[in-house]
Design a protein around this ligand. Structure first.
Ligand SMILES: Cc1cc2nc3c(=O)[nH]c(=O)nc-3n(C[C@H](O)[C@H](O)[C@H](O)COP(=O)(O)OP(=O)(O)OC[C@H]3O[C@@H](n4cnc5c(N)ncnc54)[C@H](O)[C@@H]3O)c2cc1C
Length: 355
């Protein structure tokens, strides 16, 4: 915090945008770009700046800038786990374009860019007769988001298949390869922080039979259609507490079908919240808060949110009960389980986060 406790002056965003556009070779820079629209909730406001990064050289250039200017950075993958505040995001949002979505299969190893989509990759690997990534067909995220979140399902997760990830560090300006152990992937958590941008990964799969893997994929898709709702959501809002399921707890606490304004708890699965078209992020957050409150008073269990909260100010989150040990959100933002800010401390287990 600078002298007199005043927050740093907000950057001149249009000027910064012009300066970046002049330096980047194949990236798009936009001021006041709709960010909520990039999330599967489709609610929420704008990013002060959105950079759609088109080349590895541009990414390096941006990382160098960010390290010097100390930008508040948000990496957006496929937006399938983000709730963006109605006021938007006060910083620079990055999105890796399809230039980062290539995948290469060699033997039982698959190397994929961070922007590759998990369902596409899962189907490609199955078609190549490789096993180990079938679960990912039902997770509508990118490879980068999947590493950050340690996405998983059907008894597996990224930790089971990942070997390494190349990561650009927007705090130091550098890029290097992280071995699996350094990423400390846990249940829907990782050691990655807001300044880490996954660029490429390698997964080690196992040799299997194409028919077998494609049948598994068919079964997973059918199971998802039967058990999970469609509409605008981010999948599971809360992580399962040890030995129990957040959906079961929310249902037992009478949350199925509960509505606040433009947000409703699914009647199919009580751990899914759906946002109406044209709805608001504040309704979704208020409903998350109410579900967590009801579960706590019904079963004594404090749920941690899995959905990443982007751009909400800390006091309003605290008022809603989202700030403190035990309330752990996946995503960017650096607070450990003890609620302390971890920004700029390198890789640490990051829990209790808001973006
Ligand atoms: C219908 C539905 C079903 C779902 N089912 C599952 C499920 O079964 N299992 C599961 O685990 N999740 C599930 N999810 C949640 C979501 O798909 C996963 O968390 C996914 O990994 C998020 O990836 P993303 O690319 O969409 O990330 P985003 O939502 O864009 O971002 C999520 C986090 O990852 C970070 N991030 C994104 N890209 C990068 C990058 N390149 N480098 C560094 N950080 C990055 C973001 O900054 C943010 O912190 C579901 C979501 C939906 C909508």
């Amino acid at each position: 915090m600078p002298e007199h406790g005043r927050p740093p002056a907000a950057p001149d965003w249009p000027r910064l945008a012009r300066s970046l556009a002049a330096r980047l070779s194949d990236s798009r820079v936009a001021v006041e770009a709709p960010l909520g629209a990039l999330s599967t909730y489709r609610v929420g406001g704008c990013a002060r700046l959105l950079v759609e990064v088109g080349t590895a050289a541009d990414l390096r250039c941006l990382a160098g800038f960010a390290a010097v200017e100390r930008w508040n950075v948000l990496v957006v993958g496929n937006g399938s786990n983000l709730l963006v505040a109605d006021s938007g995001f006060e910083g620079v949002a990055l999105r890796l374009t399809s230039a980062f979505a290539a995948a290469r299969i060699e033997g039982s190893s698959v190397t994929a860019g961070a922007a590759a989509l998990l369902p596409v990759l899962a189907r490609r690997c199955a078609a190549a007769g490789l096993g180990g990534l079938g679960w990912a067909v039902g997770v509508p995220g990118s490879v980068g988001g999947a590493v950050r979140m340690n996405a998983g399902g059907h008894g597996s997760d990224m930790r089971e298949v990942l070997r390494w990830a190349d990561i650009a560090d927007f705090a130091s300006g550098g890029q290097r390869r992280f071995a699996l152990e350094e990423l400390a992937l846990g249940y829907r958590t990782s050691a990655l922080q807001r300044h880490h941008v996954v660029v490429e990964v390698e997964c080690q799969l196992r040799s299997s039979q194409r028919e077998r893997e494609e049948e598994l994929i068919r079964q997973i898709v059918a199971w998802r259609r039967r058990h999970q709702p469609g509409g605008a959501n981010t999948g599971s809002v809360f992580a399962n507490p040890p030995g129990d399921s957040a959906g079961r707890l929310a249902e037992a606490a009478g949350c199925k079908g509960l509505r606040i304004g433009s947000a409703a708890v699914s009647t199919v699965h009580a751990n899914f919240i759906q946002a109406d078209l044209g709805g608001s992020a504040s309704d979704v957050l208020a409903l998350m808060t109410e579900v967590a409150r009801r579960v706590r008073s019904h079963s004594g269990i404090r749920l941690r949110h899995e959905t990443c909260l982007v751009g909400f100010d800390e006091p309003s989150l605290r008022d809603l009960g989202f700030d403190g040990p035990g309330d752990v959100g996946a995503g960017i933002g650096e607070r450990n389980s003890g609620g302390q800010n971890q920004e700029g401390m390198g890789l640490e287990q990051s829990r209790g986060r808001q973006l």
